[in-house]
Design a protein around this ligand. Structure first.
Ligand code: SAM
Length: 224
């Protein structure tokens, strides 16, 4: 049984897609994706030997060693172009997740869907997708142990650029306003307020940045 964060990632993977879980670590997500559809190809990949070993162990304990392949490799280098339709990357920084996608354009070109759960840098990741002919098809929020996570499902195709609010809060989250949306906005406001407090202690050279942060705070307050 997955926690709400990884369950939200699994929920965005199309039912009939073949899938690679990049940065699988324990392998829980890969196992769940196989359980949901045991006819599809599931690859569990990780950069490091320890997590690959852990994934092999969990997958073996679940009885799926013959069905889920574990591969050691750096990001999308673990899969060949066209080998899977969908890639999941969960639990890493948004910048690293974008770097992983950027590093293998030939693999990316053959994917139908990517499901991303960044720990931070979500704005950067959204901007990267829209700058590289991908767009967001859906988003959700999950809360585990008091921490809120954003989950993004993206598909290929150029779309209208995101507004500043959409980049920060998420275009689908703004549209859907799920139950945790107000908490999500408040989290961003709290972070911006910390930056604002720091800048207030600065000199005249921080004034422009301060004005910018205050404008973003005002923008986000409109979504509460
Ligand atoms: C915090 S764990 C997240 C595990 C799981 N995806 C989750 O969300 O619970 C991050 C995993 O990503 C792996 N990792 C980091 N950089 C990677 C890369 N460039 N390619 C593949 N795996 C990577 C690490 O070895 C680690 O197992």
């Amino acid at each position: 049984m997955l926690d709400d964060r990884l369950q939200a990632v699994a929920d965005f993977v199309p039912l009939t897609s073949s899938v690679a879980d990049i940065g699988t670590d324990h392998g829980y997500l890969a196992i769940e994706l196989y359980k949901i559809n045991n006819q599809r190809r599931v690859i569990a990949a990780d950069l490091n030997a320890g997590p690959c070993q852990a994934a092999r162990r969990t997958i073996s304990e679940a009885g799926f060693s013959d069905s889920i392949e574990v591969r050691q490799g750096d990001g999308l280098a673990a899969i060949a172009p066209g080998e899977v339709d969908t890639v999941c990357i969960a639990g890493m920084g948004g910048k690293l997740e974008a770097d992983i996608l950027a590093a293998r354009p030939l693999v990316m070109a053959q994917l139908k869907c990517v499901v991303l759960q960044p720990q931070n840098g979500v704005e950067y990741l959204r901007a990267w997708l829209y700058d590289h002919h991908w767009h967001i098809a859906d988003e959700s929020l999950a809360k585990v142990d008091g921490r809120l996570y954003q989950i993004i499902k993206a598909v290929q195709g150029q779309a209208e650029p995101l507004t500043e609010a959409e980049l920060i809060l998420g275009p689908s989250l703004i549209k859907k306003r799920p139950g945790l949306f107000a908490e999500h906005v408040q989290n961003d406001l709290n972070q911006l307020d910390k930056i604002r407090q720091g800048l207030l202690k600065g000199g005249a050279d921080t004034r422009e940045r301060l004005g910018r942060i205050e404008a973003v705070i005002k923008l986000l307050e409109g979504f509460l």
